[in-house]
Write a protein that binds this ligand. Structure first.
Ligand SMILES: Cc1ncc(COP(=O)(O)OP(=O)(O)O)c(N)n1
Ligand SMILES: Cc1nc(C(=O)O)sc1CCOP(=O)(O)O
Ligand SMILES: [Mg+2]
Length: 218
């Protein structure tokens, strides 16, 4: 398998849906199926938090959601858990600054898997690139209630700073993003937006995803 190109990565990042069982109003499978119908371009399995599934139950859910992604040609990314990503032969992994270092993950996964890294500053972004990241997650852009340990809200400042510094790596904004506040994120230089609640908690999941995708076209 070939290493992912930056152009393909940018296209995949347009509408990045993240979810685990605790985020869902419907079943995770139904939520993901409707989100795919609405146009999400990549999916991250993030089974995290006090009421989240553990052990075999988490593994079985991950495998079920990976199956849905495969049926529809949507890349399946695992949050944090490198062993799970390897066990499932997932398309990639997303890690933050508190997780296993991206350099070691790149060595374990090889060149052809997607490695995404959260960065909150120019220094973290440069380190992630040096470690072999394919894309960066930058946030929280807006206030979020989906991550208890989120850092201070940064608006679009860090995205702008990274682009002004000449970094061309594909990147996605995350945190409190809704269809109404997407345009400044894209204008700042992001290739796409990443959301949990704007899709998972929506009354009409398919329509919510469609509206978010439409909002990325500026
Ligand atoms: C696309 C994307 N960007 C950022 C994150 C946050 O990762 P991290 O800082 O490791 O926090 P947790 O999600 O693990 O709580 C992400 N998951 N995805
Ligand atoms: C998983 C995650 N990471 C963030 C970061 O800032 O790195 S914010 C966040 C939660 C995003 O959920 P919502 O779209 O519901 O705000
Ligand atoms: Mg993490």
């Amino acid at each position: 398998m070939k290493q992912i190109s930056a152009g393909d990565m940018r296209r995949m990042l347009k509408l990045y849906f993240i979810m685990g069982s605790v985020n869902c109003r419907l079943t995770p499978a139904e939520t993901l199926t409707q989100a795919i119908a609405g146009g999400i371009t990549i999916f991250q399995f993030r089974e995290k938090g006090p009421d989240s599934l553990r052990g075999n139950a988490a593994f079985d859910l991950a495998r079920q959601l990976q199956g849905i992604c495969r049926e529809h040609g949507i890349p399946f990314i695992v949050n944090d858990d490198v062993d799970l990503a390897i066990a499932l032969d997932a398309d990639g992994i997303h890690v933050g600054q508190e997780d296993e270092p991206a350099g070691s993950i790149r060595q374990r996964l090889g060149a052809h898997k997607i490695v995404g890294v959260s960065a909150h500053s120019l220094a973290e972004a440069k380190q992630a690139i040096a470690d072999g990241a394919d894309y960066l997650g930058i946030g929280p852009v807006y206030p979020t209630s989906s991550k208890d340990d989120a850092q201070a809200v940064q608006g679009t400042l860090v995205i702008e700073q990274l682009r002004r510094s000449g970094l061309t790596i594909p990147l996605v904004g995350i945190g409190g993003i809704t269809a109404g506040n997407v345009p400044p994120v894209i204008q700042a230089g992001a290739d796409g937006v990443s959301v949990i609640s704007a899709i998972a908690a929506a009354g009409d999941i398919r329509a919510a995803a469609q509206q978010l995708l439409d909002a990325t076209i500026i």
